[in-house]
Design a binder for this molecule. Sequence first.
Ligand SMILES: *Cc1c(COP(=O)(O)O)cnc(C)c1O
Length: 436
Amino acid sequence: MSQAQSEALFAEALNYIPGGVNSPVRAFRAVGGQPFFVNRARGSRVWDVDGHDYIDYVLTWGPAILGHAHPKIIAAVKSAADHGTSFGIPNPLEVTMARLICSLVPSVQKVRMTSSGTEACMSAIRLARGFTRRDKIIKFDGCYHGHVDSLLVKAGSGALTFGHPDSAGIPAAFTQHTIVVPYNDEAAVRAVFAANPGQIAGIIVEPVPGNAGLYLPRPGYLEFLREITRAEDALLIFDEVMTGFRLARGGAQERFGIKPDLSCFGKVIGGGLPVGAFGGRAEIMDYLAPLGPVYQAGTLSGNPLAMAAGIAALEELGVVGSDVASPPPAAYQRLEELGAQLQAGLADAARQAGIPVQFNRCGSMFCGYFTSTPVHNLADALHSDRERFKKYFHGMLAAGVYLAPSQFEAGFLSTAHSPADIDHTVAAAARVMKQL
Ligand SMILES: *Cc1c(COP(=O)(O)O)cnc(C)c1O
C-alpha cells in the first residue's frame, strides 16, 4: 500500500510545523509510523492523498456526528459565507444557536459562544471562581478540559502518550489551586472537601470521560457529585464538549438525569467548524462582562459560519423543536443500534481470538482496552496492553479502518455509518485479533 504522497507531505511538514502536526496525537507517536494526509471526506469515510479510503471512527475527534461533509451543513456554510465570514457585531444566527442550546439543555438558561472547547472550559472555571469567590478546583485524572494552564494536570490522552503528565511551561503556581482525584472514587472527593473547607469553587468533570479511552460513571456517582457540590456551595461543571448533543439531545446530563450548574460544549455544536460554548444558571452567567465582573471575550465568538454549520447539524439531528418531554430523535436510536452492533461484533471477535478486551461503550462513544480487568478510571485504563494496541491499530488501518492513533482516545460513530460498515470493521477485527 503506497503512502508516497503522505510521506512526502509529512517530510515537508516537519520542516515548518513542530512535529509536522497542529495537534500532538495526530503525529501517530503512540502507535508508531507516520500519519496519512487526508484531502477529502464524506459520510463515514476519509480519503488519503494516495487514494486509499478508510471507514473513520475518529470523525474529526467527535464533531462529525452526521458523518463528514453532510450536504445540509455544507449548504448552510456556503450560504452563510456568501453574506460575509465574520462581523464582530451581533448577528441573528448567534441568537438562534443560543435559544437552541437553552431549549435543549434544561440546566442552561444562558449561554456564551467561544471558538474552542478549551476556551469554554477555561472561561467556565474563571466564572466559577468569580461567582463563588473561591480559588480551588477539583478535577479528575484522565479528564481533559482543553490545554488550559490550570487544567493541564493529569489530563488524559495527549499527555499520557508523551509520558510527561504535566506540560513544561506551566508555573507550579498556576496549578496549585487544581486538586486532582481519581474518577469514580467518592471517598477521594469527600476527603478534598474536608481538607479544604469553604475553599472549593467547583468540580469540573467529563460526565462520561472520553479522553483516556472511555469509561462510564458508576451508578450514583454523578448524583454524588451533584449532592456534595450543592451541600458545599461549590459549582458542578459538566464538560460536555465531547458528550454534548452526542450521548443524547441534552447530552450526558439528560442521559443520566443530572442538572449541573455550568456546562461546556463544543465539537458537535460546530458542525465541524471551530466552536465552543459554556452556559448555565442565569444568576451565574450574569456574572460575565458586560453585566458582571468576570471578563471573557473573543474576536470570532459566535462566528456566522460556525453558527450556521452548528444549527444545520442540530436541525439534521432532529433535535430542533423537541424538548426533554418529546421522544428521543431517531438519530440517537440509530447511533445506539450501530453502537450495539459494533460492541457485540468486536466482543465476539476478541473472544474467538482469545484476547482479553474490555469494551466500554456509551451510545455512539466507545473504547476497547486490551486488558482482562474492568476499566472504571485512569488507573484501570493504564493496565491496557499498549504494544498490542499498536499492532491492532496498524492491522485495522491496513484493512481500511481508521481508529484513533492512541489507546487512550474514544472512538465515535456517526449516523452516516452503515450496518455494512460495522460488518466490515468487525470482520477486519476478527482477522487482525487472531494475529495479536
Ligand atoms: C475536545 C475537548 C476539549 C477541548 O476542545 P477544543 O475545541 O479541542 O479546544 C475540552 N473538553 C473535552 C471533554 C474535550 O473532549
